[in-house]
Design a protein around this ligand. Structure first.
Ligand SMILES: Cc1cc2nc3c(=O)[nH]c(=O)nc-3n(C[C@H](O)[C@H](O)[C@H](O)COP(=O)(O)O)c2cc1C
Length: 393
């Protein structure tokens, strides 16, 4: 290989220099997301109706694989009915729909905060027609929540962080430790009056085992064809795809865009071991795992309502992290319930709760498991679909 004719790109691959020149001319080397794809982060521009304004904030909630699985019904005056968008679930990596419901909890929390900010109190009734069945395949269109609006509403100081909260899916700076006092502030944001518990560590003795758990569990997800394919189908590469979908796993890095633009990103099968796409995906997870400067987790019982509560607590904790200037990034692989993950599911419970994996919905269950640290560069906002797409009509 003539080394001068190849350009090495972040992500560990190389492409021909001539091709890179063409790609640069096409803008492939600019890694910013298209402005329209991230317009949700401007807040409810031009919206005047109280509920629509609140929903415009709520759609910025964190949610797994950025599927944005929420559908709201505003046809009844003074009420918002929240349902799951049936096509926006993850049967392979989230076979019980637990993570999808965590995303609903985060949505409900932001919705309530955004209503309160407008002087409106809300009463949330979960599962007005009964809980979702245990298996995702049996889910129907029953509402997750019915939210009734009333005068009142107590503004929440964390609301100021809503449009600033971005999940840092990047390596952290290993020269900056997270102070124990900051961890304590983060853990204090846990809501009172719930069975949930928040835990965490920045203890150097505990980090290696937890970093290894992240990396080994990520390898299982990446090497299990059906879970890897679930992610590949949701991967959007480059501005055109990101703008077309405004959901899923948006990748705008020069390396992956170059590989895709050159027709070298095969989406019909898991990337072959040793291929550029394989090394890129592995490298990303390895970097995330090894640069974790601490961990935080939320645990508690595991009924459908607990899952929603965990989402409410999670987004509050991430808003608190935003206020404190520290990055908080879920590494959910070990807490996923598909069969191949079972050894790591057991291990995460042993490591953070000191007990076996749960056998019943009443047993303590790790609902969220995140790494914390300081991102090395700017963290971009992740795309959201237009507001109208979330409205049941
Ligand atoms: C239940 C749940 C699980 C998540 N798991 C992961 C994960 O394993 N890896 C990851 O990069 N992000 C994970 N995230 C974060 C989402 O990818 C992120 O919220 C989504 O892409 C939207 O980005 P934003 O939070 O910056 O708005 C998770 C979020 C939730 C709510």
């Amino acid at each position: 290989m003539n080394r001068r004719n190849f350009i090495r790109l972040a992500g560990g691959g190389a492409i021909a220099a001539a091709a890179a020149g063409t790609l640069a001319a096409c803008g492939v080397l600019d890694s910013h997301y298209p402005a329209e794809a991230v317009e949700a982060w401007q807040g409810p521009v031009g919206e005047t109706e109280v509920r629509r304004r609140a929903v415009a904030y709520a759609i910025t909630a964190p949610n797994s694989h950025n599927l944005q699985p929420w559908l709201v019904d505003l046809r009844e005056d003074g009420v918002i009915t929240l349902r799951t968008d049936p096509g926006r679930v993850l049967p392979q990596t989230d076979p019980l729909g637990r993570q999808i419901l965590i995303g609903h909890g985060a949505f409900l929390e932001l919705l309530g905060m955004a209503l309160a900010e407008q002087g409106v109190a809300s009463q949330v009734l979960l599962w007005p027609q009964g809980e979702m069945p245990a298996a995702l395949k049996d889910w129907d269109d029953r509402p997750v929540a019915r939210i009734t609006l009333q005068p009142g509403g107590q503004p929440d100081p964390l609301f100021a962080q809503v449009l600033l909260r971005y999940t840092p899916k990047t390596d952290f700076d290993t020269t900056r430790a997270v102070a124990p006092a900051l961890l304590a502030q983060l853990l204090n944001s846990a809501p009172a009056n719930t069975p949930l518990r928040c835990g965490g560590t920045v203890n150097a003795d505990q980090l290696p085992a937890l970093r290894t758990l992240c990396w080994e569990s990520a390898r299982v997800e990446l090497l299990t064809p059906r879970t890897m394919m679930e992610s590949i189908h949701l991967t959007r590469v480059g501005p055109a795809e990101i703008l077309q979908h405004r959901d899923g796993i948006s990748i705008n890095s020069p390396f992956v865009r170059a590989v895709s633009a050159l027709g070298m990103f095969d989406r019909s099968a898991p990337p072959a071991e040793g291929s550029a796409a394989y090394k890129n995906a592995m490298g990303r997870f390895e970097g995330h795992s090894s640069t974790a400067m601490g961990f935080v987790w939320i645990s508690g019982p595991n009924t459908r309502s607990d899952q929603v509560r965990a989402g409410r607590a999670y987004v509050r904790q991430q808003l608190q992290a935003t206020a404190l200037g520290v990055g908080m990034h879920p590494m959910s692989q070990a807490v996923q319930e598909f069969a191949e993950m079972a050894p790591h599911y057991e291990r995460v419970h042993q490591l953070v709760l000191g007990r076996p994996a749960p056998r019943t919905p009443q047993d303590p269950t790790v609902q969220m498991f995140c790494r914390i640290g300081y991102p090395q560069g700017e963290v971009p906002a992740t795309p959201r679909r237009p507001l109208a797409r979330f409205m049941h009509t």
